[in-house]
Design a protein around this ligand. Structure first.
Ligand SMILES: Cc1cc2nc3c(=O)[nH]c(=O)nc-3n(C[C@H](O)[C@H](O)[C@H](O)COP(=O)(O)OP(=O)(O)OC[C@H]3O[C@@H](n4cnc5c(N)ncnc54)[C@H](O)[C@@H]3O)c2cc1C
Length: 493
């Protein structure tokens, strides 16, 4: 069974965040241990209290976790999850679910301490309906384990391949509304979920969804998709699966400007072609990793499935690209990307050198993308110590796309945190000001909580009302999504 991958070495176990914290008393810990395997050792609770949030990787090197939980619970069944939730709810103890802990926004960080519920002891495929193409899977299952078994034993694939495929869980994909690199063919995770089993804050167990479509009121699957552990604990997931593709085809194109490449993606999608991978890199990113000469903007295209469909899709892609003056470069660049696409080592290496590095991914209508592309880079590069702000388009839709910015800065050691915050403020506010949203697939977590109310406006009140209705004691992942917390206040940023 795969286990979570630590983001970087941890040089100590002190708390970085300052503010209120819930202390667990002995009687509570004893009752928790009576219903579920637990661990209260400092080393273990420190490790489960952090994720791949780039800011906290700097803290880890300085010997700090964001906030250390008092205990970690490791349930193996839904009944144990229910018992843990019930106990925490009665005792009014914060309860934060952690999956692969690959989140990049501090979403699984236990801001007020309390209990971390490590869901990764609940792993594996439970059943497969091969006729309908539906897989029932436990939430702590990591991507490779699910896909390997689905492909080899059932000839099926879910088609969800995030860059963090090896280090993230099915429950984490659902809780964060994740997106895989093949999303233009297979959709985001919210398109793949048939149904969910969820444990609510009081320990009750409910099921949502279950059919290919419904008209029975609002879609309750979608209530928990993206809820980041604040509304319920996902204990079982039913996902749609496709036949393993018979064939695949790859081609790359070079455009003379990012804007021409954007227009190509828009026309391809609006003509009805949905190649599994459609990724457009700006000139800087093309030169850095996609074979560009510093002026070229590379478009990588990959499709797979039925050969009849692929032929049609690739014909539309070629027609559009050539009509916009792009050069067809063949498949070699896509082959190279396939080899390095899930390499996550650069982040650790740059963090150890003192660089501030992170990514900001957003979605916006096609008509807004050009302005967002320009504004985010301008605003970020104006921040003191900023070194780079680059961009690629990673996921396309009928009405718009996801732009994914990567930024870096080299501040002096005492300005790392301030520079990080300033870069996020500059980039995220430029996105919101030009018609983009808060996040396409990384989610909100702790880092983006401060933008939630300006991003959602008065609709944030609906989220608050749902939180009160489902979790009246506010125990589930408190301190996130700008939801009110009964546990007090913790300062970030
Ligand atoms: C190098 C790198 C590349 C990445 N690339 C991608 C990418 O291509 N696409 C993408 O979408 N994301 C990507 N991510 C982000 C991250 O992998 C995703 O957000 C992922 O879905 C998180 O899953 P996890 O199991 O690690 O969840 P965690 O990080 O453990 O948790 C994330 C949030 O989900 C909640 N949660 C987890 N499990 C459950 C559950 N069972 N029930 C309720 N709530 C739960 C947690 O409380 C937390 O709020 C990347 C991350 C890294 C480090």
């Amino acid at each position: 069974m795969i286990q979570p991958t630590p983001p970087i070495e941890l040089a100590g176990t002190a708390d970085h965040l300052v503010g209120d914290i819930a202390v667990l008393d002995d009687a509570f810990i004893e009752s928790l241990g009576a219903v579920c395997p637990i661990d209260v050792s400092v080393a273990v609770t420190a490790d489960v209290s952090r994720d791949w949030w780039p800011m906290s990787m700097h803290w880890a090197l300085a010997g700090e976790v964001p906030r250390r939980a008092g205990a970690v619970a490791r349930p193996t069944t839904t009944a144990q999850v229910s018992d843990v939730a019930r106990l925490c709810n009665l005792a009014k103890v914060p309860l934060t679910v952690a999956g692969g802990r690959s989140g990049v926004c501090g979403a699984s960080v236990p801001v007020f301490g309390g209990v971390v519920l490590d869901i990764t002891a609940m792993q594996g495929i439970v059943s497969v309906d091969e006729v309908s193409g539906i897989v029932e899977v436990l939430p702590g299952t990591f991507g490779p384990d699910m896909e390997d078994e689905l492909r080899s034993a059932h000839g099926l694939t879910v088609g969800h391949f995030p860059q963090s495929f090896d280090i993230a869980t099915v429950g984490g994909w659902v809780a964060c509304r994740g997106a895989g690199q093949y999303s233009t063919r297979y959709g985001k995770i919210e398109d793949m979920v048939v149904g969910l089993e969820v444990v609510l804050a009081d320990g009750s167990v409910i099921s949502t969804g279950g059919s290919p479509a419904a008209a029975m009121g609002p879609d309750l699957n979608q209530l928990f998709l993206g809820s980041e552990g604040t509304l319920g604990i996902i204990t079982r997931v039913w996902l749609r699966a496709h036949p393993v593709p018979a064939e695949g085809r790859r081609t790359a194109y070079a455009f003379d400007s990012f804007e021409h490449g954007l227009e190509a993606c828009r026309r391809i999608i609006r003509r009805g072609a949905t190649p599994a991978v459609l990724r457009l890199y700006d000139a800087a990113e093309s030169a850095r990793g996609q074979g560009g000469d510093g002026r070229q903007n590379m478009l990588l295209v990959l499709d797979e499935g039925d050969p009849v469909v692929i032929d049609a899709v690739m014909a539309i892609v070629d027609d559009v690209a050539v009509s916009l003056g792009a050069e067809n470069l063949g498949s070699a660049l896509v082959d190279a990307w396939m080899h390095h696409r899930n390499d996550t080592s650069a982040l650790q290496a740059l963090t150890r050198k003192g660089f501030v590095v992170d990514t900001l991914e957003i979605a916006a209508p096609w008509s807004a993308l050009g302005n967002i592309f320009a504004a985010v880079r301008t605003e970020m590069l104006a921040v003191p110590h900023a070194r780079a702000a680059t961009c690629h388009l990673s996921h396309s839709y009928l009405d718009g796309a996801c732009l994914y910015f990567t930024f870096a800065a080299t501040p002096p050691p005492d300005a790392v945190e301030a520079t990080y915050v300033a870069l996020w403020d500059a980039g995220q506010r430029a996105v919101l000001a030009h018609g983009g949203n808060l996040s396409h697939h990384h989610g909100v977590g702790l880092n983006r909580s401060r933008f939630m109310i300006e991003a959602l406006g008065p609709a944030h009140g609906i989220l608050v009302a749902m939180k009160h209705a489902l979790d009246p004691n506010g125990i589930l992942n408190p301190g996130k999504m700008a939801l009110p917390s009964p546990f007090g206040h913790v300062a970030w940023p």
